[in-house]
Design a binder for this molecule. Structure first.
Ligand code: AMP
Length: 484
């Protein structure tokens, strides 16, 4: 029977297509490729350093949590819980979700592991992926990364100021300029009910001008109407009563203290009466950081605030808390357009080349010995051609190349080629570690000496330049006088 040509058999075609399918990452989720990693590493290092400097301990918590944790903690009527949470039932029937943010998880862990008995505030920091099923666009993903800091157990406004100070230091270390701090106080359960009444009555009178979402929010979470981005709502909200004008005595004192602390550490803020943050648990302080690019487009880098009721809401004893989180994807993007230097990992200065099967086997051992002694080393074990290996060594600017050929494999020796001087010698394999280390150390000292001489020359040139400027300045008035 003649074989059917491709395309004549739909079943076969379908099978072939299925087999050849190239998979893509899921919509809204992306790979962070090696070329981007130096910026991510830089960011993680800066955040880790701040955590150490301010005595925050690292915490990791699962990506999967009970949905109810966020429904109760973040709030059922918030966008990230109501609209954006990845929720599903496990095979065992548990209602779980992919974490949309970190704070409720940190508080859950704090309660679950009895951290309440530790000295307060309990300071915790984290970073990792978060998940929100929102419409993906530039800078907004369904899987994105956040780092965050939480201090649980202290109500003093100095902690709020310190959180802001830490975030500011991170932005400075990353050389991110033009970061604006927006600040507000949204009161507490003492003063918020009466404020809410005022706000509802104000908004009810203008209900027709609100968007559909805000008409709904008016019932479920009126405060959220304040930060709606719809043009018609922002117009209504512009004249709405402001939370800061209706704070109780305690909240007023807290906010004033915070502003005084910020003045003391010279952090510039901009008071934003419409800033409420999207989450239910905030009390008193709320803040957000924005940056502006060359074209004037604003991007939210992160935000946070005080959550004095959250521990209680999640079943613990009433305990105050404050924290903030920043979007790492956005920070990396801003870093790439700023003067931020990415993290450059140390590169190997030694290259190990081999020729022939016996040499290949020996190379594995030499590599291991050098590596164990702390020498970073590169190789292309898969390649048999010596010329292509030496080309590779040149490309990576190796200072030393070690070559093991058939003969060296037989008499247990290694050829050491010094790429700076061009000279080479054969030596017993057992001496190679000591010799490589000696030469690398000598090279490093030489590089340091050259760098020192360069800076000294620069300094001398600068002094000379300054001196010559002074003499020309002195000459100028004489010339003027002569002209007269
Ligand atoms: P939030 O928890 O909503 O206050 O978000 C804190 C920060 O996380 C924001 O300022 C953003 O920088 C970042 N972020 C929030 N959602 C996303 C997202 N879908 N994609 C990328 N970054 C995000």
């Amino acid at each position: 029977m003649p074989r059917k040509k491709a395309g004549n058999n739909p079943e076969q075609d379908k099978g072939r297509k299925k087999k050849n399918k190239r998979f893509q990452s899921v919509r809204g989720m992306r790979d962070i490729l090696p070329k981007e990693q130096p910026y991510w590493q830089k960011l993680r290092k800066v955040v880790e350093k701040i955590a150490i400097d301010y005595n925050y301990n690292r915490i990791d918590f699962p990506i999967l949590e009970e949905s109810e944790l966020f429904e109760r903690g973040t709030g059922k009527n918030t966008d990230i819980v109501d609209k954006e949470m990845y929720k599903f039932k496990t095979k065992g029937g548990a209602n779980v979700c992919l974490r949309p943010e970190g704070t409720p998880s940190v508080v859950r862990s704090y309660l679950q592991h009895g951290m309440a008995s530790q000295r307060k505030p309990v300071k915790l920091s984290y970073n990792g992926p978060m998940y929100r099923y929102d419409r993906p666009q530039e800078g907004r993903y369904r899987e994105f990364f956040q780092f965050g800091f939480e201090a649980i157990g202290e109500q003093d406004a100095i902690l709020d100021a310190q959180m802001i100070q830490m975030a500011t230091r991170i932005f400075k270390s990353l050389k991110i300029k033009n970061v604006a701090l927006h600040l507000n106080s949204i009161g507490c359960e003492e003063c918020r009910p009466s404020y809410n009444k005022l706000l509802i009555s104000y908004l009810n009178n203008r209900k027709k001008s609100l968007c559909m979402d805000c008409k709904r929010r008016l019932k479920s979470n009126p405060l959220r109407v304040l930060d709606c981005k719809e043009e018609k709502c922002t117009q209504v909200v512009g004249q709405a009563p402001q939370t800061v004008d209706h704070l109780c005595g305690d909240c007023k004192t807290h906010f004033t203290s915070l502003l005084e602390y910020l003045d003391e550490i010279q952090i510039v803020y901009s008071l934003r009466p419409q800033l409420v943050r999207g989450l239910d648990y905030y009390t008193k302080t709320v803040f957000e950081f924005f940056t502006e690019d060359d074209k004037g487009a604003q991007s939210a880098l992160g935000g946070g605030g005080r959550y004095d009721n959250l521990v209680g809401i999640l079943g613990g004893p009433e305990t105050p808390g404050v924290g903030f989180a920043c979007g790492m994807d956005r920070l990396v993007k801003v870093m790439q357009n700023s003067d931020t230097e990415p993290y450059l990992p140390p590169t190997p200065k030694v290259y190990l080349a081999q020729l022939g099967d016996a040499a290949k086997k020996k190379s594995l051992r030499v590599f291991e010995e050098l590596n164990k002694s702390g020498v970073m080393i590169a190789e292309s074990f898969g390649r048999g051609n010596l010329r292509s290996q030496l080309k590779q060594a040149n490309k990576m600017n190796a200072e030393i190349v070690l070559i093991i050929g058939q003969r060296e494999a037989l008499d247990d020796s290694v050829i050491l080629k010094d790429m700076n001087s061009g000279g080479q010698e054969t030596m017993p394999a057992e001496k190679i570690v000591k010799e490589v280390r000696r030469r690398l150390k000598k090279n490093a000292e030489m590089i340091k000496k050259i760098a020192r001489q360069k800076t000294q020359k620069k300094e001398r040139d600068l002094v000379k330049k300054k001196k010559s400027k002074k003499t020309t300045k002195r000459k100028t008035p004489v010339k003027k006088n002569r002209k007269k």
